[in-house]
Design a protein around this ligand. Structure first.
Ligand code: ZN
Length: 683
């Protein structure tokens, strides 16, 4: 019998040995093992203690999640048919296992017994937090309801899931039903060649002459941004803004109207909240988030709105004047905004991305990144070796100055055909203390940059450098943790609206002149990035930041108010509420027939209900955290770096994120740093 390498947990994953045929037997074994363990641990005679219940349960499930993590990772970075088949073959069973785990009332009973038992007071803070999180999550899934209410609660969940699916389907059907065929090439003036070619191809496919445009982002976006033909933009805007609404036009059908679905979704969320003992659904949404209360979130959003709105007004005034004088667009209509903005950006703030790219060579960028990490967090980053899944992949270790291993990471920088798009961090293994010592954390950092050509090093755009820093931030959160309990070490158990703090924090260094100087060398001449080019990059970064901010605030306020103060029995419709919000924060009011709520999938069909604010929330936190370095006058200030490591990175999910933030900053979060970084501060 040859051993299955997926079941080898002695050290790093055996990427040199693991093959698709190992997946089914290994995962089936681990699932059976985990199920047996749960049966054993939930038996009446098993004591509900940390050592007899929580600890062995963590051990058992960790084996499954580590092995499945490797499979999922290979599916992402090497999505060839055998791996796809192996992954999809076991996905339903693994999904079922985890969903049963969350519904297992016998497990809930054990956790509750620990929570109310005498041992709880003696547990360390991380262990307590894990028990609290478990009890909280079971409660939120209705585990504590009286037996006679559970079927109703279950029915609410199922109806909500069905409504969310229908909401997306309606939107997709309405999006797909529209096509704008342009017969005259003169009407395509301004559009990039690749967009025209795609439209040409789409027309051929549909068997029509000319160019065919649709409402999906790769077609709709460029038309709104580049097409000189105002009438074309207006027609497409109208179709886009009325998708899944009551109108019978542009191919959209009234049976795809999402308005009744929105009402029903809100009713069900309200009922769910009341059953769980909360005043409204926003409170439910915030239980597991960093923000404390709907009122706190509303205050936060309004505070930012008051400060951002004057800049948004300035942005819109500048845009209107430019559109009138230079483009003869007066008055500026909503379908002119993206077009005129693009022209304004080119006229005032343009620089060549390609020119900038010549300065960011891979060795310089990595050295610059490692220098930031080493200086701030007093560690060493050095090359290491391990079995990998592709020749592109490099492996590094992070050590203390005394040579103690802290963590390791794989770096897979380049795009490949069989690799999933985008950039992401994932964990191969989390930190925990075991009987024989510490299990150090291991991370995967994945990007999709272009590989080097010829014998020159790879060069990255500034956006790509920012992406690399961002994902490294997630990686540091995972690897620099000092927490000994797996359930809250690294990013485990970190509140959803706080997870992006370390990642967005790291992005700030990419806008720091002192950092960039040392991190750039022209691929041919070796010269560092010129200051004038850097200044242009900074101006372009802040282009229309006021407008963009109030737009995000409009969505966030609408979402939060809809879930905490909207009266389902009142006269106001969700659209009325949105209009009220716009009166408060927006500077560009769309036409009355616009039906934005009907396509707001984030909150009606995604995970962002009463959570859309998290985008801005995380930006504020990361900017404010970074401002501590600005106040110290040095992006490499080691004292502030140590405090960030001690109070935020290393504590992971072992305490509430707001407590960590306060411990680092010595005060509540403030929006000032974000405003300053975005150029929204009065000179
Ligand atoms: Zn992120």
């Amino acid at each position: 019998m040859s051993a299955n390498p997926l079941l080898d947990f002695s050290d790093l994953p055996r990427f040199d040995l693991i093959a698709p045929e190992h997946v089914q037997p290994a995962i089936a074994d681990l699932l059976a093992e985990a199920r047996n363990l749960i049966t054993l641990l939930t038996a009446d005679n098993t004591p509900a203690t940390w050592a007899d219940f929580a600890q062995p349960l963590t051990d058992g499930i960790e084996r499954l999640s580590r092995a499945w993590g490797v499979v999922g990772h290979l599916h992402s970075v090497n999505d060839i048919p055998p791996w796809r088949e192996a992954y999809n073959g076991m996905l339903p069973e693994v999904t079922r296992f985890y969903s049963e785990l969350g519904q297992n009332l016998a497990l809930f009973a054990k956790y509750k017994a620990i929570r109310s038992g005498t041992e709880y007071a003696m547990l360390n803070p991380a262990q307590k937090k894990i028990i609290d999180n478990e009890v909280r999550d079971f409660r939120l899934s209705g585990a504590e309801l009286p037996e006679d209410q559970k079927p109703r609660f279950q029915a609410i969940q199922e109806e909500q899931a069905a409504l969310a699916a229908k909401f997306s389907e309606n939107l997709l059907d309405a999006t797909n039903a529209f096509a704008e065929v342009v017969a005259d090439e003169a009407r395509l003036a301004g559009l990039p060649e690749d967009v025209k070619a795609a439209a040409r191809e789409a027309a051929e496919k549909a068997g029509v002459a000319g160019w065919r445009f649709n409402l999906h982002a790769p077609s709709y976006g460029p038309v709104m941004q580049y097409a000189d033909d105002r009438e074309l933009r207006a027609r497409m805007y109208r179709a886009y803004a009325t998708r899944a609404a009551e109108f019978d036009e542009h191919g959209s059908k009234p049976e795809w109207n999402n308005t009744p679905l929105i009402r029903r979704i809100l009713e069900l969320r309200e009922e769910e909240a009341k059953m769980l003992g909360y005043a409204n659904f926003a409170e439910v949404s915030l239980v597991a988030k960093m923000a404390d209360s709907p009122a706190q979130v509303l205050d936060f959003l309004r505070d930012l709105a008051v400060k951002a709105k004057p800049f948004a007004e300035r942005d819109i005034a500048e845009l209107r004047a430019f559109a009138k004088e230079e483009l003869n667009l007066d008055p500026l209509q909503p379908w002119d905004a993206a077009y005129a903005s693009e022209k304004l950006l080119q006229a005032r703030y343009a620089f060549s991305e390609q020119e900038v790219k010549q300065y960011f060579t891979e060795p310089k960028v990595l050295a610059g990144l490692f220098r930031v990490i080493e200086t701030l967090f007093n560690v060493r980053v050095t090359p290491d070796s391990a079995p990998v899944w592709h020749d592109d992949v490099r492996f590094f270790r992070i050590e203390t100055p005394a040579g103690v291993l802290v963590g390791q990471f794989y770096l897979d920088l380049y795009a490949r055909e069989e690799k999933r798009g985008g950039a992401w961090m994932d964990d191969a293994r989390g930190r925990r203390r075991l009987a024989d010592g510490v299990q150090t954390p291991v991370a995967y950092l994945n990007c999709n940059f272009a590989r080097p050509v010829g014998n020159k090093p790879a060069t990255f755009t500034h956006d790509e450098v920012i992406t690399l820093f961002h994902e490294t931030g997630h990686g540091l959160h995972h690897m620099l943790t000092r927490v000994d309990e797996l359930g809250v070490s690294g990013i485990n158990g970190v509140e959803w609206d706080a997870v992006e703090l370390p990642s967005q924090f790291m992005e700030n260094f990419c806008w720091e002149w002192d950092v960039l100087q040392g991190m750039t060398a022209h691929v041919d001449t070796g010269a560092p990035l010129p200051r004038a080019l850097f200044d242009k990059m900074t101006s372009a970064k802040n282009f229309q930041s006021g407008l963009q901010t109030v737009r995000q605030l409009e969505f966030s306020l609408f979402d939060m108010r809809l879930h905490c103060e909207f009266d389902l029995n009142g006269k106001q419709t969700p659209l009325d509420l949105l209009n009220e919000v716009r009166q408060e924060v927006a500077v560009l009011i769309p036409p009355p027939w616009q039906r934005f709520p009907n396509s707001f999938s984030h909150i009606f069909a995604g995970g962002y209900s009463a959570g859309y604010f998290s985008y801005k929330w995380a930006e504020v936190l990361s900017a404010d955290a970074y401002a501590a370095f600005e106040e110290a006058g040095d992006p490499f200030d080691a004292t502030v770096g140590k405090r960030f490591l001690d109070e935020i990175l290393s504590v992971g999910g072992s305490r509430p994120a707001l407590e960590s933030f306060r411990a680092f900053r010595g005060r509540e979060p403030s929006v000032d740093a974000l405003l300053r970084h975005s150029g929204m501060i009065e000179a």
